[in-house]
Write a protein that binds this ligand. Structure first.
Ligand SMILES: Nc1ncnc2c1ncn2[C@@H]1O[C@H](COP(=O)(O)OP(=O)(O)OP(=O)(O)O)[C@@H](O)[C@H]1O
Length: 258
């Protein structure tokens, strides 16, 4: 197994990391039946980058994302986002941290069916009574325009296409101005046109709003929208590729099959 080009700091970024993972391990079960889903993973993500996490089925992609996003607890190690080590937070604090600092774009959209698109987008604020800071309302309007949702705001999810629903989910993640937006196979339920649209919007959110996006994907076409690609194999990071070519990503993925 090779290990190359893990960047401690990417060119053109500030010195603060968007997310830092140290010695992250996750073991399911114990004894003979223990599954080591993650084995002492170290990973730094610079802010304002779009990173795809790839690797074979069972390599630990979802486990890594869930531990990084505070949705699952690692067995060992730390995850630091916005200067806070998530593994030190109790469940209540972790819930608050997710609400205040993280965004989620998952395959099943996670929209509330009885609310309109606008209400879903504003949910992080309305549900929790979180106060909007200066400029937030204007930014949300901008996100709505960038995502092309202006004429769909009064529709409920059931009245929207899959791609539009996913755009609402992205708008909600961006509206909250998350420190890191986590996307788990965000195009898994979409046709190729809608997938391309959603990925282009994630790309724009990084370029135009400076967001940090981490996306688990199986698809090379989806990864092509990302800046960087982290390739997992057998619970560890095989490579962290900075602005790789498609051929380079393919090579890193094939490394495990040999
Ligand atoms: N709740 C669980 N209990 C036991 N084992 C689990 C659990 N969740 C995941 N695993 C195991 O941990 C390993 C990593 O799983 P994970 O879902 O993170 O992989 P993945 O790369 O996301 O896979 P896929 O691409 O198939 O979604 C696998 O061997 C899986 O079977």
């Amino acid at each position: 197994m090779t290990s190359t080009s893990t960047p401690s700091l990417l060119p053109g970024t500030s010195r603060t990391l968007a997310a830092s993972v140290r010695g992250l391990s996750k073991t399911y079960g114990d004894g003979d039946t223990a599954v080591h889903a993650l084995r002492s993973v170290d990973l730094d993500l610079a802010p304002g980058r779009f990173t795809a996490v790839m690797g074979p089925s069972g390599s630990g992609k979802s486990t890594l994302m869930h531990c990084m996003a505070g949705l699952d607890r690692p067995t060992e190690g730390s995850v630091t986002i916005a200067g806070v080590d998530l593994t030190t937070l109790d469940d209540d604090r972790l819930t608050h941290f997710r609400r205040d600092h993280l965004g989620f774009v998952f395959q099943a959209f996670n929209l509330l069916p009885m609310l309109t698109a606008r209400q879903n987008i504003l949910l992080p604020f309305e549900l929790t009574g979180r106060r909007m800071e200066d400029g937030t309302a204007e930014r949300i309007e901008q996100v709505i325009d960038v995502l092309g949702l202006r004429d769909r705001l009064d529709h409920r999810p059931g009245e929207l296409s899959g791609g539009q629903q996913q755009r609402v989910a992205i708008a909600r993640a961006l509206a909250a101005d998350a420190d890191v937006v986590f996307a788990d196979e965000p195009t898994g339920n979409l046709d190729s046109t809608a997938s391309a649209e959603v990925l282009a919007f994630l790309r724009r959110s990084v370029a135009e709003f400076g967001h940090t996006v981490v996306m688990v994907t199986h698809e090379m076409d989806a990864a092509a929208y990302a800046d960087d690609v982290v390739v997992l194999a057998d619970g560890g990071i095989r490579e962290h590729l900075v602005a790789p070519s498609r051929a380079r990503v393919a090579q890193a993925l094939e490394g495990g099959a040999r």
